[in-house]
Design a protein around this ligand. Structure first.
Ligand SMILES: NC(=O)C1=CN([C@@H]2O[C@H](COP(=O)(O)OP(=O)(O)OC[C@H]3O[C@@H](n4cnc5c(N)ncnc54)[C@H](O)[C@@H]3O)[C@@H](O)[C@H]2O)C=CC1
Ligand SMILES: CC(=O)C(=O)O
Ligand SMILES: [Mg+2]
Length: 605
C-alpha cells in the first residue's frame, strides 16, 4: 500500500484541476410561507426570489421590487467585504478579524446558500476566519458576541429530558454532528459553553469541503459547567455557573445525549471535538464500537500528522521504509500528541513488516514536566507505551528539558502539540541545526496562532533555510531573500475529518474502524508528488479542499467496503459500492456533494 504513494501522487496534480459539476437543482420542499421564509436562512434568497416564486410563496410586497441575481448578490457581498478590509487597514489584528467574522456571520444567519457559496469560492481567505485562528477569538468572546443561537445546547440540568429535547431540532434528517463539552478549546483551555464556536466552525468546513447539506448538520454544545474562574465570574457568561461535572455523573450525561442522538438519527455520524484528554480517550473507548463516532483531535490529527511525517521522509529523498529510522520528538502528551504517536507506531510496525521489533524505539515524548521516562510517577496509561526505559537514552534523565532532548537526540522531526506558544524557542530551534536529517522538520501544530510552538519566520531564521515547516494555523510563506521562499504547510485535521465523515456516511458504515482511518491518512500522504515534497510542500493548498475530501472520502468508503462494514446509503446498496472502481467511487462521492445554488422552492402544507 505504501508503495502506491509515489504512483498515485504523479496523477494527483491532474485530478486536482478538475472542476466540480453543478447539476440543475431539484426543487426544495418548504413548509412555510411569506415572512417565515425570509427569516429562515436555509430557504431565504433575499432579493434573489424570482417574481413567480414571490407570488407562489406569498412574498409579493415583502421585498423591494427588483430581482437581484445570485451572481450579483455574491458580487455585492464581496464588495462590502473588500471595503471592510480597506476600512480596517492598520487596526489591531483582533479588531479586523472580529469585524470580518461578524460580516460573514451575519450572512450565515440570513442566507446560507449565499454564505456557503462565498465560503467555498474563497476558502483560503475565509477559513482563517470561520475556523482557526479567528474561531478561537470568537469562542473567547462568545457570550458578548452572542446574537442568535446556532445548533443545540444541552446542559447538566437537562438530565432526563434529552430524549425529548432532541426532537426540538427542526430538521428531520441529520447526517453530521460535531459535539464539544468546551473543556479544551484549541490551546485556549476550558471555555465552557463558549466552545460552541468550534462545532460550528468544524461543520462549516464539512459543508465547504465535504459538501454535506447544511440542513443536515448539527453543532452541539454539552454544557456540564466550567472550571474557568474568569468565566464563572463574568456577568455576561451564558453557560451553567457551576464547576464541571466529574466521574460517573459526567459520563451519565454524555451517555444520555448519545442515546438521544442515535434514537432520533440512527445513521448520523458524531465527531467529538476539543474534549479534555481524560474524557477524549474515555469517551472514544466507550462509544466507538457502539455508535458511529470518532474523536477528531485523537484520530483526525493523527492521520494528518502521519501524512506529514511520511512526507518529510520523501522530502529527504529517502524511501518510505526509512520512516522506521526517523527520530521524532513529540512535545505534548495530550489527546493529540498521543494519538499521533499511536498511529505513527502502527505505521512503523506495518512498514517494518511486523518484525516484532519495538516500533516506538525512535519516538520521544515530552509533556509539561519534560521527557517522559519509565521513572515517571503516576504516568498516564496512554503515555506509558512511549516512555523511555533507562538504558534507551544515555545521558537523558526523567524530566529532561526540550533543549536537552533536542541536543542529545538530534531528531529528524520536532512536533509540537502542547498548546503552548513559543516553546520552540530560539535555542531549541538553533539546536535543530544539528539534526541528523538533511531536511529537519518542524511541526508547530498547536492552535490558534498565538499558541503555535513557534512562528514560521522564527523556524526558518533559527533552524535554517533547509527545514520543512508546518503549523496548525496558517502563516504566510517566509521570504528567505535571494528570491527564495520558505514554504509554510498547514498541518491541520481539516484535511481529513471532512473526508472521514463523508466517506463513512456514503458507505453507510455503523462504526469507524482503524482501517478506514488508516486509509484516510494514506490517501493524504499520497496526494503530493515527489517533486512537491522535495520542495517542502507536504500538504495540498486549501483551495483544493473539495477534491482532497473527495479522494479521502473515497478511500474511507473503499476501506469500509473491504472490511464488509459498508451497508450502503440511500438507493445505493453494498453490492453496488463493492463494484465501483476507485475512480467511480470518487465520482460517486463528488455527485453526492451538496453545492450552493438557489433551488426552486415548492410549498407543501
Ligand atoms: N493542528 C491540528 O490539527 C491540531 C492541533 N491541536 C492542538 O494541540 C494542542 C494540544 O491539544 P491536546 O493534545 O488535545 O491537549 P491536551 O491538553 O490533552 O495536552 C496538552 C499536552 O501538552 C503538555 N504541555 C503543556 N505545557 C507544556 C510545555 N511547556 N512543554 C511540553 N509539553 C507541555 C501537557 O502536559 C499535555 O500533555 C492544542 O493547542 C490544540 O489546538 C489539537 C488537535 C489538532
Ligand atoms: C484543529 C483542532 O482540532 C484543534 O486545534 O483542536
Ligand atoms: Mg480540535
Amino acid at each position: 500500500m505504501w508503495r502506491n504513494i509515489a504512483r498515485s501522487a504523479a496523477a494527483s496534480s491532474l485530478r486536482r484541476s478538475r472542476r466540480f459539476s453543478t447539476a440543475i437543482p431539484g426543487p426544495c420542499i418548504v413548509h412555510k410561507r411569506g415572512a417565515d421564509i425570509l427569516h429562515d436562512p436555509w430557504f431565504n434568497k433575499d432579493t434573489g426570489f424570482p417574481l413567480t416564486e414571490r407570488d407562489r410563496l406569498g412574498l409579493r410586497g415583502l421585498l423591494p421590487p427588483r430581482v437581484i441575481s445570485f451572481e450579483h448578490q455574491y458580487a455585492r457581498f464581496m464588495e462590502s467585504y473588500r471595503s471592510l478590509e480597506k476600512n480596517t487597514l492598520g487596526q489591531p489584528d483582533s479588531v479586523v478579524s472580529l469585524a470580518k467574522w461578524r460580516i460573514l456571520n451575519r450572512l450565515h444567519d440570513r442566507n446560507e446558500t449565499l454564505y456557503y457559496r462565498v465560503l467555498i469560492d474563497n476558502i483560503k481567505d475565509f477559513a482563517p476566519i470561520i475556523y482557526t485562528p479567528t474561531v478561537g477569538l470568537v469562542c473567547q468572546n462568545y457570550s458578548g458576541l452572542f446574537r442568535r443561537p446556532r445548533g443545540m445546547y444541552f446542559s447538566g440540568k437537562d438530565k432526563g429530558e434529552m430524549m425529548s429535547m432532541i426532537y426540538n431540532w427542526p430538521a428531520h434528517q441529520v447526517d453530521m454532528i460535531v459535539i464539544t463539552d468546551g473543556s479544551r478549546i484549541l490551546g485556549l483551555g476550558d471555555l465552557g459553553v463558549q466552545g460552541i464556536g468550534i462545532p460550528i466552525g468544524k461543520l462549516d468546513m464539512y459543508v465547504a469541503a465535504a459538501g454535506i447539506n447544511p440542513q443536515r448538520i448539527l453543532p452541539i454544545m454539552l454544557d456540564v459547567g466550567t472550571n474557568n474562574q474568569r468565566l464563572l465570574e463574568d456577568r455576561l457568561y451564558l453557560g451553567l455557573r457551576q464547576p464541571r461535572l466529574e466521574g460517573e455523573e459526567y459520563l451519565s450525561v454524555v451517555d444520555e445525549l448519545m442515546e438521544a442522538i442515535f434514537t432520533r438519527w440512527p445513521k448520523a455520524i458524531v465527531q467529538f471535538e476539543d474534549f479534555q484528554m481524560k474524557w477524549a480517550f474515555e469517551t472514544l473507548q466507550r462509544y466507538r464500537k457502539k455508535f458511529c463516532m470518532f474523536n477528531d483531535d485523537i484520530q483526525g490529527t493523527a492521520g494528518v500528522a502521519l501524512a506529514g511525517l511520511l512526507g518529510t521522509v520523501r522530502a529527504q529523498g529517502r524511501p518510505l521504509t526509512d520512516f522506521v529510522n526517523q527520530k521524532i520528538v513529540v512535545v505534548g502528551a495530550g489527546s493529540a500528541g498521543i494519538g499521533v504517536l499511536n498511529m505513527a507506531a502502527q505505521a512503523a510496525s506495518r512498514i517494518a513488516g511486523n518484525t516484532g521489533a519495538s516500533p516506538n524505539h525512535q519516538f520521544y515524548l515530552l509533556d509539561k514536566d519534560g521527557l517522559i521516562t519509565k521513572e515517571r510517577k503516576n504516568i498516564d496509561p496512554a503515555a506509558a507505551p512511549f516512555a523511555k526505559g533507562p538504558g534507551e537514552i544515555e545521558g537523558l534523565r526523567e524530566g529532561a528539558s526540550l533543549l536537552e532532548v533536542v541536543k542529545k537526540v538530534k531528531p529528524h522531526v520536532l512536533l509540537g502539540l502542547s498548546g503552548v506558544g513559543g516553546v520552540f524557542n530560539e535555542e531549541v530551534l538553533k539546536a535543530m541545526r544539528e539534526s541528523d536529517s538533511t531536511k529537519p522538520a518542524i511541526f508547530a501544530m498547536s492552535n490558534p496562532t498565538m499558541n503555535a510552538e513557534c512562528t514560521a519566520a522564527d523556524a526558518f531564521k533559527h533552524a535554517g533555510e533547509n527545514i520543512v515547516f508546518a503549523s496548525g494555523s496558517p502563516f504566510a510563506n517566509v521570504n528567505l531573500g535571494n528570491g527564495k521562499v520558505g514554504h509554510v504547510n498547514q498541518a491541520n485535521n481539516m484535511y481529513l475529518f471532512p473526508g472521514i465523515g463523508l466517506g463513512t456516511l456514503l458507505a453507510g458504515a455503523h462504526f469507524i474502524s482503524d482501517g478506514m482511518l488508516q486509509a484516510a491518512a494514506e490517501c493524504l500522504a499520497s496526494y503530493m508528488s515527489d517533486e512537491e515534497t522535495q520542495n517542502g510542500i507536504l500538504y495540498p493548498s486549501i483551495d483544493s479542499i473539495r477534491h482532497i475530501t473527495a479522494e479521502v472520502g473515497a478511500a474511507v468508503l473503499r476501506a469500509a467496503v473491504a472490511e464488509e462494514l459498508a451497508e450502503g446509503h440511500g438507493d445505493v446498496g453494498p453490492r453496488e459500492l463493492e463494484h465501483m472502481s476507485k475512480e467511480e467511487t470518487v465520482e460517486y462521492i463528488i455527485r453526492n456533494m451538496w453545492f450552493p445554488i438557489y433551488s426552486p422552492l415548492v410549498h407543501e402544507k
